[in-house]
Design a protein around this ligand. Structure first.
Ligand code: ATP
Ligand code: MG
Length: 424
């Protein structure tokens, strides 16, 4: 016996029992994004490694230790995308989509990070991301937050999540804050854990993000970015908060919210739930006003967010809310060669005449009893039976599997009429 080949750790199959829920989620997210005027963009899964190093930042968890990077056959260094924003920015610059115009875009698909697999954290996971370009004011931040709130609401998850909000200021004001933070943590070096000591001079704001409970006190007494915000960022934040208040969107100002990627500035936000254990961030985003220029484009204000779809699916799973119908409405059972040939033709005719109808055709010889068992298992509401008699009379026997109703023998047109009532 050959040894089984297994999936790569942290990369999961999404099996047929789960795909309806995924499609439901995708459908809701796409519909809401469209209702705000956002258009879909699809980027490659592979990009040059340099793109992520330059955009996400060299001193981040993603670039330091999480990327799937390899040499292409011609020696180029390529990376499986760990997130969507970098590729989206590259694509919009490259195709001239930012020339004197704004853009509102969404994308969805798999992302790849070499993390320790655990609940809510996988090595291939899926994001639904939204990005807006060419818009600098707090109004677009408000739009994005309202859109994410509406997505949660449509999915019935609004009560499960809390909005956390912070401002990271501009690069310049962050520089000043950075020095203050280093100074503060230097004075308490003995209390830092190894991770935080490593970050002290390289990316001190990431210490604020530490999940280590022993650091909580130290972090809560650290200097706050809010006290070092430049005037422009402060006004931006005040403007955004006013719009959120108008829309009655509650939020928690969270000075420790820093996000793990270098490109953020001003507004950052996360929707967090307490129902998924340690990995509770459902959706995360913010502004990235310097990224377009940093990747070679003209200075362009930008903001976006990304939803972790696995975490949404997990929350939705218990609710059985999805309305994607997948079971066939009718199962075609046939006995004998003539019936089989007649049946294949009939099934094709039914699919042509009723494009919404799902017909599952029995394959392989079996008695009617065995075929009816299969019909029942398939979830079909109706079994169509064809034997020699039916072929001779050009009729089909219709058996109702889910209701007390006598079976009948119908001609093609009658059958189509009857089946039409089962198509939703
Ligand atoms: P975290 O602090 O959880 O590592 P992050 O800052 O790395 O998050 P982002 O890059 O902002 O996460 O990704 C946006 C969202 O994508 C996250 O809020 C989460 O819902 C989801 N996500 C990120 N990494 C993973 C993963 N490895 N597996 C599943 N979902 C993920
Ligand atoms: Mg991470």
């Amino acid at each position: 016996m050959q040894k089984n080949i297994q999936a790569i750790r942290g990369m999961n199959d999404i099996l047929p029992e789960s795909t309806p829920l995924w499609r439901y989620l995708e459908g809701v997210l796409q519909t809401v994004a469209a209702s705000y005027g956002y258009q879909e963009i699809r980027m490659p899964l592979l990009e040059s490694t340099e793109l992520f190093k330059r955009s996400i930042g060299e001193v981040t968890d993603i670039v330091e230790k999480e990327m799937y990077t390899f040499a292409d056959r011609n020696g180029d260094s390529l990376t499986l995308r760990p997130e969507g924003t970098a590729g989206c920015v590259r694509a919009t610059i490259e195709s001239g989509l930012l020339h004197n115009q704004s853009q509102r875009l969404w994308y969805q698909g798999p992302m790849f990070r070499h993390e320790r697999p655990q609940r809510g954290r996988y090595r291939q996971f899926h994001q639904f991301g939204v990005e807006a370009f060419g818009l600098a004011g707090p109004d677009i931040d408000a739009e994005l937050i309202l859109m994410s709130a509406r997505m949660l609401e449509r999915l019935g998850l609004k009560d499960n999540a809390v909005l956390h909000l912070n401002s990271l200021g501009t690069v310049e004001s962050r520089q000043i804050y950075r020095e203050k933070l280093i100074h503060y943590f230097e004075q308490h070096q003995a209390q830092l854990d190894e991770d935080s000591r490593n970050r002290l001079y390289r990316n001190p704001m990431r210490i604020l993000d530490s999940k280590n409970p022993q650091l909580r006190d130290l972090i809560s007494r650290a200097p706050k970015m809010g006290d070092y915000l430049d005037e422009d960022s402060r006004r931006h934040l005040v403007g955004l908060l006013a719009m959120l208040d108008d829309a009655r969107i509650p939020y928690q100002l969270d000075p420790c919210l820093v996000r793990g990627l270098d490109y953020y500035s001003k507004t950052v936000f996360e929707w967090v739930t307490d129902q998924l254990g340690a990995q509770g961030t459902l959706c995360a985003g913010g502004r990235f006003d310097t990224l377009v220029e940093h990747l070679g484009g003209k200075p362009t204000g930008a903001a976006g967010f990304a939803i972790g779809m696995e975490r949404m699916v997990e929350l939705l799973r218990d609710r059985r809310v999805h309305d994607v119908q997948v079971a066939p409405q009718c199962y075609l059972a046939m006995m004998g060669e003539a019936a089989q040939r007649y049946g294949i033709q009939l099934a094709e005719t039914l699919r042509s005449r009723l494009p919404q109808l799902r017909v599952l055709m029995n394959c392989g010889d079996a008695g009617f009893k065995a075929q009816l068992k299969r019909a029942d298992k398939s979830g079909a509401a109706i079994a169509l039976l064809i034997g020699d008699d039916e072929v001779r009379q050009n009729r089909v026997t219709v058996k109702y599997l889910r209701e007390e109703r006598t079976q009948e023998q119908l001609l093609l047109e009658q059958l189509i009429e009857r089946l039409a009532t089962f198509v939703n």
